[in-house]
Design a protein around this ligand. Structure first.
Ligand code: UD1
Ligand code: CA
Length: 464
């Protein structure tokens, strides 16, 4: 939806004192992703004219961790309250006139579909301000919705300012509003900080609207979890486990076997094909795609990677940003670093590290090797203990191993170096020069043999 008269404002200037942390609250993660990025995802379908994020505490650090760059930052130097935070964004919004969708950077579960319906509801109600509410079992910490006896909204009262009766109210303010911009600036001018926290409260604009006969609407949602905010580490855990369970259930419904959902962590963007089995204690994060009929884990970590069909990733393997084609077997205990590309039916075994390298179709690196900055052809066998010596302390160099090569165990390949097709390197060789097609390269000193040595030593010991 292209929306020329919608601006989005995300409030994230606070430190998050209740987290007891030096890390700004919105950078705490759920499923390995800072919570502020979930909020940005939720508004991405709106295609607003502008997105402004209000930052203050550790603003540079937060800017770095936000996905994408399609937003402006407004700085709120002192965190004087949510109303003051919105005012800090006024300069960034310039002459913008229209609706402003305001969200908190600490409310990550809000669903884009909910926001869309909320927006339609707001538009059709011709209100100056609308906001999302929900009924929650434990409303502690939230602003409560105050209504008169006819059910008409009067205002919002914060936990700290609420009296005992008001604290009993279960309908809470989600902190998600759509406000007409002209009304917003007018009402914010009237805010004061005459409350328990001496803050300029954004929710006060509701009371201002009511008192001045501007139309206010509340939009109550059934899935109350979507409206929950994170103020404490306990709430971070609670929302994290809610999101994790929901994601796991979606995969299970689509035909993935998850042996132990309690210890399986899958982030929202991950796609997994049918009949794939995910074993316990497994982490699948970022933009990862896994094909059909794969066997993953137990105890595997995969991030930002593409796996084809029938891939097996065995115990304790760690993969980041790599591409794995159909039928590949990995691990146990392998480490695939960024830009490892393993072609069809190849095998990478235990204690093997691969970085920025292509391993060709059907090739094998079964044991204890380091392959970095290399191009390995098809049907190559790399013996145990082989190392591409890619780094001379200053620059990185390439190793090229062509098709059908046999690299003997414990070969040191000092890059840059090329091993021609069908060539063999003898075990224990340090290869510093290119090897021609079909040759055997052997680099070893001649073996000496001293006969009868053991017997002589034995006698020497006995004579002592
Ligand atoms: C706020 C609402 C409350 C609502 C709840 C929903 C106010 C006064 N209260 O309370 O009615 O039920 O959210 O989760 O708005 N922030 C700034 N600058 C500031 C203060 C806050 O940018 O000066 C940001 C925070 O970083 C945070 C968001 O605004 O992302 C909300 O602030 P927070 O302190 O978490 O408000 P709550 O106490 O949760
Ligand atoms: Ca909050």
């Amino acid at each position: 939806m292209n929306n020329n008269s919608l601006a989005v404002l995300i409030l994230a200037a606070g430190k998050g004192t209740r987290m007891n942390s030096n890390v700004p609250k919105v950078l705490h993660s759920i499923l390995n992703r800072p919570i502020i990025n979930y909020v940005l995802d939720s508004v991405s379908s709106f295609d607003p004219e502008k997105i402004v994020i209000v930052l203050g505490y550790e603003s540079n650090l937060i800017k770095e961790k936000i996905d994408g760059s399609d937003f402006d930052v407004a700085i709120q130097d002192k965190q004087l309250g949510t109303g003051h935070a919105v005012l800090s964004a006024r300069g960034c919004l310039g002459n913008f006139e229209g609706s402003v969708l305001i969200l908190s950077g600490d409310t990550p579960l809000i669903n884009p579909k909910t926001l869309n319906s909320f927006f339609e509801y707001h538009a059709s109600s011709c209100s100056k301000v609308s906001f999302i509410t929900s009924d929650v079992e434990n409303p502690f910490g939230y602003g409560r919705i105050i209504k008169d006896k006819d059910g008409q909204i009067i205002g919002i009262v914060e936990e700290k300012d609420a009296n005992e009766d008001q604290k009993e109210i279960k309908e809470i303010n989600s902190g998600i509003y759509i406000v007409d911009s002209l009304f917003l600036w007018e009402s914010l001018k009237k805010l004061n900080n005459d409350n328990k926290q001496n803050e300029y409260y954004l929710p006060e604009i509701i009371e201002y609207a009511v008192n001045n006969d501007y139309k206010v609407s509340t939009y109550k949602i059934e899935n109350y979890e979507e409206s929950l905010g994170i103020n404490t580490r306990a709430q971070l855990l609670e929302l994290g486990s809610f999101m994790k369970n929901k994601i796991n259930s979606t995969h299970i419904d689509k035909g993935v076997t998850i042996i132990d959902p309690a210890t399986t962590y899958i982030s929202p963007e991950v796609k997994i094909g049918m009949d794939t089995i995910i074993n316990p204690n497994t982490y699948i994060y970022g933009k990862t795609n896994i094909g059909e009929s794969c066997m993953i884990g137990p105890s595997v970590y995969i991030e930002d990677s593409d796996l084809g069909d029938k891939v097996e990733v065995k115990f304790s393997s760690y993969l980041t940003n790599c591409k794995i084609e159909n039928g590949v077997t990995l691990g146990p205990f392998c480490h695939l670093r960024p830009e490892a590309h393993i072609a069809e039916n190849a095998k990478i075994g235990n204690f093997v590290e691969i970085k920025k390298s292509k391993i060709g179709v059907g090739s094998k690196v079964p044991h204890l090797s380091y392959v970095g900055d290399a191009t390995v052809g098809d049907n190559v066998n790399i013996g145990a203990g082989t190392i591409t010596c890619n780094y001379d302390g200053v620059d990185k160099h390439q190793t090229i191993i062509e098709d059908n090569v046999f690299i003997g165990s414990d070969t040191m390949l000092v890059a840059p170096v090329r091993i021609g097709k069908e060539a063999t390197t003898a075990a224990g060789s340090t290869i510093t020069k290119d090897v021609g097609d079909g040759s055997l390269a052997i680099e070893r000193s001649t073996q000496k043999e001293i006969s009868g040595w053991s017997e002589r030593r034995k006698k020497k010991k006995e004579s002592k």
